[in-house]
Ligand binder design. Structure first.
Ligand SMILES: *Cc1c(COP(=O)(O)O)cnc(C)c1O
Length: 337
């Protein structure tokens, strides 16, 4: 989306609740309205009541279908013909590939060599072309931007796009419908599209709700950027939460400001606590989820986030794209919870 004429180019208008309601109408046929379930095992261990929003149940196994669907379904005919391209740690790529495939639009996905094989296969399944380049998210992004410029494809940004943010924000509307007295929402955070959308949806109507981000300890770029007061770059290192890898972009236009405005804080988790979250969801909820998706549970189990008495807390369980062998390796060391 281009900012309206005359608008300051460096601070375009932020998407709000209106764009999120429009997204909801637009994407309804393309997504599942996921269940919000009560977690007795977590609630028993904590003072508050804990609920899980199960985005791992989306068809592609992650919430990112919401943002991709909203972006792709709002493209004008002429842009659809040129096709779409993206760079991603995997789930956004799957989302773009699946939506483009369903809409009959050509798609090229640019990935770094850190992206696991299972995710590559999952993307290829939807009929998108994959190009692997470089060893970091930034390398993949640079290549993708070149492709957009030289071949005229539409770049579907994984997080810093008002349509993508509004699509992810539809989760916030569903939470408010299902649990109107929610007090706190815990959101796995990387580029911040998810937490921006959810907090814009929720805090506009219910400003008393606390929204907390969770990231891995090493390479938490949004967290470091908040501390610095502007977007920064960090080096990437391997993590169980591989879907949280990647920067926020030095030229970040939307998510950094939205996070600054609406998010109370971002907590950081060591690898063992992420593994513990994964093991807990397996043992007590019989769900195999990826590291990123288990960070919310890890944050509660570790005490990084502590709900007050009877306070209702929602955790976003963001995705399940992890191969079973890697999953079992991760949880083995912490299985006695
Ligand atoms: C992308 C992703 C996130 C983080 O979303 P952002 O919008 O980049 O902050 C969290 N969990 C999973 C499974 C993801 O794929």
């Amino acid at each position: 989306m281009h900012p309206a004429g005359g608008e300051n180019k460096t601070s375009p208008e932020l998407p709000g609740v209106r764009q999120i309601w429009e997204a909801r109408k637009r994407i309804r046929p393309s997504i599942y309205r996921t269940p919000l379930i009560y977690s007795a095992p977590l609630s028993d261990r904590l003072k508050g009541e804990v609920y899980l929003k199960l985005e791992n149940l989306q068809e592609i196994g992650a919430f990112k279908i919401r943002g991709a669907a909203n972006k792709i379904l709002s493209l004008p005919e002429e842009e659809r013909r040129r096709g779409v391209t993206t760079y991603s740690t995997g789930n956004h790529a799957q989302a773009v590939a699946s939506m483009a495939g369903k809409a009959g639009i050509p798609a090229v996905v640019c990935l770094s060599n850190r992206v696991p094989e299972a995710k590559k296969r999952a993307i290829a399944r939807w009929g998108a072309e994959i190009r692997v380049t470089g060893s970091s998210q930034d390398d993949a992004e640079a290549y993708c931007r070149k492709l957009a410029e030289e071949e005229g494809m539409v770049l579907v940004d994984p997080f810093d796009d008002p349509f993508v943010i509004a699509g992810q924000g539809t989760i916030g509307l569903e939470i408010l419908e299902d649990l109107p007295d929610v007090a706190s929402i815990i959101v796995p955070t990387s580029g911040g599209g998810l937490i921006s959308g959810i907090s814009a949806a929720v805090r506009t109507t219910s400003p008393e709700v606390t929204v907390t981000g969770v990231s891995m300890e090493r390479g938490a770029v949004m967290h470091a950027s908040l501390e610095a007061g502007h977007p920064v770059v960090l080096e990437e290192s391997d993590t169980l939460a591989d879907s949280l890898l990647g920067g926020i972009g030095l030229e970040n236009r939307y998510t950094f400001r939205l996070v600054q405005r609406y998010v109370s804080r971002i907590v950081l988790l060591p690898e063992e606590e992420i593994a513990r979250g994964m093991a807990f969801l397996l043992k007590y909820h019989k769900m195999m989820v990826e590291g990123a998706a288990a960070t919310g549970v890890g944050a509660l189990l570790s005490g990084a986030v502590t709900p007050e008495d009877r306070e209702k807390t929602v955790i976003i369980v963001t995705g399940n794209n992890v191969n079973p062998e890697a999953f079992l390796d991760s949880v083995k060391s912490v299985y006695t919870i």
